[in-house]
Design a protein around this ligand. Structure first.
Ligand code: ZN
Length: 247
């Protein structure tokens, strides 16, 4: 792309202050990946950019795109202002983590399909679906992009279909024969992990899953991320605190 004005759908994933009145913003766009833009004067009271230059702003952005330089944001028209997320500190924490995670995963794979996954998950959280389940679904799907999917077709060690538990240490499902001292999770948790990798987030219309089972799956995913992804996100540490208080 050469220098030109573009209208592009995107979401703000990172914001840095620049001087007293401006910001430098990273926008994950639907079509062009991450674009860095300068929002000149956006912190001044009369700026038309004042309300559309925070993390989580999901909009159609009009950008003066400059090849190999910082582009300039000229205006933005909000698509969904995620008002339910913004009024709930817990939902904000989930959204913030999903944005940070998407940013990191995008940097590793530069795959534009991450954009749709992120937007779909934020819409579901804004529509009051259980944010932990939605987050776990995204985390599992992203493992594919990171190239470290757990083995969920059969036992991770011998391939047997007679699966009895999940083990992040062994890399996924585990059968009775290969099982040593790993805790046994419920059958529902075993099935859910696989279902999470396959489900189309846009098509979810209810999530009726027992709390204990949700946490079994979450524990597996957290432990798996710690072992295999090399990602450390402050927003995840913050989220873990919130989850441990609620358990
Ligand atoms: Zn086995």
């Amino acid at each position: 792309m050469n220098n030109k004005v573009i209208d592009v759908e995107g979401i703000i994933i990172n914001v840095k202050n620049y001087g007293d009145t401006s910001k430098i913003i990273d926008i994950l766009t639907k079509e062009y990946g991450i674009i860095g833009v300068m929002a000149k004067g956006c912190k001044s009271l009369k700026s038309n950019l004042r309300s559309v230059t925070d993390k989580l702003t999901y909009a159609t952005f009009t950008i003066y795109f400059k090849k190999d330089k910082l582009s300039i944001l000229s205006e933005a028209s909000v698509i969904n202002n995620f008002s339910n997320i913004k009024k709930d500190i817990e939902k904000i924490s989930y959204a913030s983590f999903l944005i940070d995670l998407t940013n990191q995963v995008y940097k590793q794979c530069e795959d534009n399909s991450l954009y749709d996954l992120l937007i779909s998950s934020l819409i579901k959280i804004n529509n009051n679906f259980n944010p932990l389940i939605i987050t776990n679904i995204i985390e599992l799907k992203y493992l594919e992009y990171l190239g470290v999917m757990p083995n969920l077709n059969g036992c991770s060690i011998c391939g047997s279909k007679n699966v009895v538990t999940l083990s992040s240490d062994k890399g996924g499902y585990l059968c009775m024969k290969c099982h040593t001292n790993e805790p046994i999770v419920s059958d529902k948790a075993i099935k859910l992990v696989r279902m999470y990798t396959l489900v189309d987030i846009n098509k979810i219309d209810k999530l009726d899953i027992k709390k204990d089972v949700v946490y079994e799956v979450n524990n597996f995913i957290d432990d798996y991320y710690d072992r295999y992804t090399g990602l450390y996100l402050k927003s995840k540490a913050f989220l873990k605190n919130i989850i441990s208080v609620k358990k």
